[in-house]
Design a binder for this molecule. Structure first.
Ligand code: SF4
Ligand code: FES
Length: 254
């Protein structure tokens, strides 16, 4: 019996060489336990070794395999061929990002935005290591835990129409990560971080479409982080008349 196959239509593009992206069709074996990434690896290994795309872990952790699959943002290591039968399956680079080659996008803009929101614990004064860890209760951990599950896959940016229209927008994941550290009881960086989240291209750019939270493969809710940061920014504005920054931060963490 002839082997069952399925068609993948894959973007091919070399900026500076090709006039525009085009779709190239490949027949790949159909296996019910194969994901789109397996099909791309088959093409690379057995049909055309010049196909360019990123992947690493094959288990939804490294965040590098995100693509548009039939127009929807997906981690290709978690997108089963069987869910797109009978095909064809269109595989394109993540939307809203410049393409380096074929399915590979440039991470530069996202990395710069991530750096800007200072996604690390900031202390006004570090205590000596000999004095031990900064302890935290389970309730304090619960406050920010879901936002710490972000793997930086950028699916939320590809799904965000605001980022598509206004690339200066800091965007869902970077804001969610900044918010995560603002909520952390060990952090004292609110007054350095919040003004960046609250600037014009920060939370106020968001029109609350909410797609970022819908497409997130890790159950993070960036839309909530953005809306709550808007509330925090508004409270700051009122409290700025009543309290100095230090008082504001203590009020936020209580
Ligand atoms: S918030 Fe979700 S979709 Fe956005 S980068 Fe993080 S893990 Fe990916
Ligand atoms: S290959 Fe690592 S998340 Fe898909």
């Amino acid at each position: 019996m002839a082997e069952e196959t399925i068609t993948l239509e894959v973007t091919r593009y070399r900026p500076g060489h090709d006039r525009e992206p085009r779709l190239q069709a490949f027949q790949v074996p159909y296996r019910k336990d194969w994901v789109v990434l397996d099909a791309l690896n088959y093409i690379k290994d057995c049909v055309d070794g010049t196909l360019a795309y990123r992947w690493s872990c094959r288990m939804g952790v490294c965040a590098s395999c995100g693509k548009m699959v039939n127009g929807v943002t997906k981690l290709t290591c978690a997108a089963f061929l069987r869910d797109s039968r009978p095909g064809p399956i269109r595989v394109e680079p993540l939307a809203n990002f410049p393409v380096v080659r074929d399915l590979v996008i440039s991470l530069d803009d996202f990395m710069e935005k991530l750096r800007r929101v200072k996604p690390w614990i900031i202390r006004e004064k570090e205590k000596p290591v000999a004095e031990g860890e900064y302890l935290q209760t389970p309730a304090q951990l619960d406050l920010y835990k879901q936002f710490s599950m972000c793997i930086n896959c950028m699916l939320c940016y590809a799904a965000c129409p605001v980022y598509g229209l206004h690339p200066a927008f800091i965007g869902p994941a970077a804001i969610a990560l900044g918010y995560r550290y603002n909520l952390d009881s060990r952090d004292e960086g609110y007054r350095l971080r919040q003004p960046i989240l609250a600037e014009a291209v920060g939370v106020w750019e968001c029109t609350f479409v909410g797609e970022c939270s819908v497409v997130c493969p890790k159950g993070v809710d960036p839309a909530a982080a953005i809306q709550r940061s808007k509330v925090a920014g508004t409270k700051d504005w009122f409290l700025s008349f009543l309290l100095p920054w230090g008082g504001r931060q203590k009020a936020e963490k209580r």
